[in-house]
Design a protein around this ligand. Structure first.
Ligand code: PMP
Length: 459
């Protein structure tokens, strides 16, 4: 049920085009189906509908072959926090392109790379040394290798439904059943096939926001745990927030039991604040993984942390490659991105707060008008919509799995798509600087139409 609700079912290659698809889109789809298994990522497909091919983007909108506009609440899956046509940002990439666009990452460096590392060290509390990568998934692998290399220990302790990329060791797995002495994740109904059989043998998994579960495991197994790895806010599942004091207590437990703490800030980094969730919550991990918003739309990731831990890269005891690790266009984009984020004392963040407030209030008003029990939650810059009654906050995935009306959400996501409102998998709205007041009014009108249609379809 949950898999369906999250929009992870459906077969791209066999879906029916319902109606209203222009000829160019139809023929491209036919050609695509002849040479590709699907769209280029299928971890979370989001709503299923007619094939979508975009031809252009402007501000907070995409355009298709028929010239129809789509209001963008996905932001390129999170990175494109300026929207699609911020001139100053694009100029920085173009000018880098004209000067130096490719560099061999094992042989030479650029000044821009040093400047960027300095900026990360300035803003991100745990960052003393920085290593760049390109995608969030590989940067998570890098962080785990650093933690294992540094500690000489085996296990990565992760949390139910936290997402750390698609690579075997962190992809999927379910909570161990009962009070398992050694809580190794068990297979989940929604796991990908093709994952190496023993890929999860070096992971432990407990429920997030549950201090006792963490403490029990640390008490028994800390001598074998290399790192506790978590999203500081569960942006990949309902945007569940940490309970009051939870992150601080996790930090204390990690200190008490001598285990490293790594925040996967691929989504929260530079989005919640220049210093990410760790700055916003005042809790400093030992390591951090950054990606998405770090470069404002270009591909870039980083692992940063305490010097003593990152030393394993300097002394070459931990080896990590990556052809594109210092890709100049991405580094230039990140430098401009951070300069823009710093500008006018964080005006970007105030603007995102204002946009978010308008959107959230507007959707709640629509919910009241049509008697739909929307629950919207999320930190600055991203908000998840679910259908849940009787509570204004959900802290854990199990609670959400149990309480949310997933069928209704799946239907609503389809309707949003047909109204040309683009949201991420599971109804996740990413806010970008490009969203104008008019965009929000337009988006709310479309969301209202989708809600009206939903109310007529499911009484
Ligand atoms: N960690 C988190 C918290 C993420 O949100 C994501 C991407 N959604 C990843 C890791 C993987 O990043 P990428 O898609 O760049 O590989």
């Amino acid at each position: 049920m949950a898999a369906q609700a999250l929009g992870v079912t459906g077969t791209w290659g066999e879906g029916e085009v319902t109606s209203g698809v222009d000829n160019m889109t139809n023929s491209l789809w036919e050609r695509a189906r002849a040479v590709m298994p699907g769209k280029q990522s299928n971890v979370r497909r989001g709503a299923q509908g007619n094939p979508l091919f975009f031809t252009a983007s402007q501000g907070a909108r995409y355009f298709d072959f028929a010239g129809q506009d789509y209001i963008d609440f996905v932001g390129g899956m999170g990175p494109a926090i300026w929207g699609h046509s911020k001139e100053e940002y694009l100029e920085a990439i173009k000018s880098q392109l004209e000067t130096l666009f490719s560099i061999p990452s094992t042989i030479a460096q650029t000044e821009a790379e040093v400047l960027l590392a300095e900026k990360i060290v300035e803003h991100v509390p745990c960052a003393e040394w920085v290593r760049f990568a390109i995608s969030g998934s590989e940067a998570v692998q890098l962080a785990m290798r650093i933690a294992r290399g540094y500690s000489g220990r085996r296990y990565v302790l992760r949390f139910h439904k936290h997402y750390h990329g698609w690579i075997d060791g962190v992809s999927g797995g379910d909570l161990p059943v009962g009070a398992s002495d050694l809580p190794v994740p068990v297979p989940s109904a929604t796991d990908s096939s093709g994952i190496a059989k023993h890929a999860h043998a070096d992971s432990l998994m407990v429920q997030w926001n549950d201090l006792r579960a963490l403490e029990d495991t640390l008490k028994k197994h800390s001598a074998e745990i290399a790192v506790v790895l978590m999203e500081p806010v569960m942006l990949n599942f309902g945007c569940c927030p940490p309970r009051e004091g939870y992150l601080t207590a996790v930090r204390q437990l990690c200190d008490q039991y001598g285990v490293l703490l790594c925040f996967d800030e691929v989504f929260t980094g530079f989005r919640m604040s220049l210093g990410g969730a760790q700055e916003a919550f005042g809790v400093t991990p030992d390591l951090v993984v950054l990606a998405k918003a770090i470069a404002g739309g270009m591909p870039l990731a980083a692992v940063a942390g305490r010097r003593e831990i990152m030393q394993v890269l300097r002394d070459d005891s931990v080896l990590v490659g990556g052809t594109f690790n210092s890709f100049p266009l991405s580094i230039a984009a990140a430098l401009k991105n951070i300069e823009l984020l710093e500008r006018d004392n964080g005006a970007f963040y105030r603007r995102i707060d204002a946009i978010q407030e308008k959107l959230v209030q507007g959707i709640y008003d629509i919910g009241r008008e049509f008697g739909q029990s929307f629950l919207l939650q999320g930190p600055r810059g991203v908000v998840h919509l679910n259908f849940v009654s009787g509570t204004d906050v959900v802290y854990a995935p199990n609670e959400l799995l149990e309480k949310a009306n997933w069928e209704r959400l799946a239907k609503f996501n389809e309707l949003l798509l047909s109204e040309r409102v683009l949201v991420g998998g599971g109804s996740r709205f990413v806010l970008t600087d490009a969203l104008s007041d008019d965009d929000i009014v337009d988006a709310l009108n479309r969301i209202r139409s989708a809600t009206l249609r939903l109310s007529e379809a499911v009484k």
